[in-house]
Write a protein that binds this ligand. Structure first.
Ligand code: MET
Length: 377
């Protein structure tokens, strides 16, 4: 039976029924249909479709990894209105700036521990340049060759490459030679200029962000993609954003996962904007799962969402909960997340996943499966 058959009796909008049939037949939905889902799709409806897709792709598996973050600085030349984390250069005494040794000490702290990835992002500091980060990467690589080095958003890279007077390709090649393996998905926010020019006018634009990821993919690296939702954007902007990512993914296939990020409103220049409800968050994940048909993985980043909501997303299309983190990021705690010291043990992550009837699987950064955890006998 077509999925629409399940919904037919409810007198549902015909356009929604057509979308349900497309999902069942594994067909791509259009941008217009994406907007219809946001406008008309009730939580239970979009959730059922998204869960169907996730189950088809992953069975009951939910991925996580064992990782930690390095945030070299929160001093930043940019002034994104939604950011609660950064400090301007002239107020850098209120922020932090780490030296190479300090960052290597963080890496050494994990000697002998089974982490597989370090995630490096932070403010865009005018004095932390490409050479500095190449040295950091090669030193981490020399100390711990098995650790996957994922680092620097397209925003950070754009600044670094411009300052070094290098093309994107030249700059990326240098970082790759120094040991960089993947890019995180941050800095994407909302690509559409009507929104971007209001919330983060001075950093790289949407095309620039996409170009940097395309270049990384062409050099054989993989990356993630995010979207900051739940502020001034309209549903059309969300769909436009996801559509641009879907197009690039058609060309390169280099994205590992898509990560919707909820706007949190504490201590930033957009604090007057109310946060979205949990229902809207779950609808966001479900519609992303339906729309992003060429992204294999949909991640709920639990330090931003809080662990209970993150757990709920597993019934709405999400198949990845990111990592153990070990209290090494401040980005969302400073923006008012429930998770003020984000850290989960492997056991806690597995319990969260098993509690909703899914199978916890540890992955590496590239989604190779490392170990399946199950308490079932
Ligand atoms: N510097 C990054 C960006 O805008 C974000 C790091 S998290 C504050 O892309």
């Amino acid at each position: 039976m077509q999925l629409s058959g399940v919904f037919k009796t409810t007198g549902m909008d015909k356009r929604l029924l057509a979308i349900a049939d497309k999902v069942k037949n594994n067909e791509r939905i259009t941008e217009e249909e994406g907007v219809i889902l946001f406008e008309k799709g009730e939580l239970g409806f979009v959730g059922a479709l998204a869960n169907d897709i996730a189950t088809r792709l992953h069975g009951g598996k939910v991925y996580f990894n064992r990782n930690f973050h390095i945030e070299p600085t929160n001093v930043c030349v940019f002034t994104c209105n939604f950011c609660s984390y950064s400090r301007q250069y002239k107020h850098r005494d209120e922020g932090w700036e780490m030296g190479l040794e300090q960052m290597l000490d963080i890496v050494r702290k994990y000697d002998g521990q089974p982490v597989t990835e370090v995630h490096i992002v932070g403010g865009v500091h005018p004095k932390m340049n490409l050479e500095f980060f190449c040295e950091l990467l090669s030193k981490i690589r020399a100390h711990r060759p098995d650790l996957h080095l994922k680092g620097f958003t397209a925003v950070e890279l754009d600044y670094m490459f411009r300052k070094a007077k290098l093309t994107t390709q030249e700059g990326m090649q240098r970082l790759k030679d120094a040991g960089l393996q993947s890019l995180p998905g941050g800095g994407a926010e909302i690509f559409h200029p009507d929104v971007r020019n209001v919330i983060c006018a001075d950093k790289v634009d949407g095309d620039g962000w996409l170009h940097i990821h395309q270049t990384a993919h062409e050099l054989g690296m993989h990356s993630n993609a995010t979207m900051l939702y739940g502020h001034i954007e309209k549903y059309e902007h969300r769909v436009d954003h996801m559509s641009r990512l879907r197009q690039l993914q058609d060309t390169t296939g280099g994205f590992n996962c898509f990560i919707p990020l909820k706007f949190r409103n504490k201590d930033n220049d957009m604090s007057n904007i109310a946060e979205t409800s949990i229902i809207e968050d779950l609808r966001m994940y479900a519609i992303a799962r339906i729309f992003m048909d060429n992204f294999r993985n949909l991640k709920a980043y639990w330090p931003m969402l809080g662990r209970q909501t993150a757990q709920l997303t597993l019934s709405f299309g999400v198949n990845d909960l990111d990592g153990t983190i070990d209290d090494t990021t401040k980005i969302y705690s400073m923006a008012g997340s429930e998770e003020q010291s984000p850290s989960l043990s492997t056991e806690e992550l597995c319990d969260m996943i098993e509690a909703v009837g899914r199978i916890p699987v540890e992955r590496d950064t590239l989604y190779n499966e490392l170990r399946t955890y199950t308490t079932a006998v």
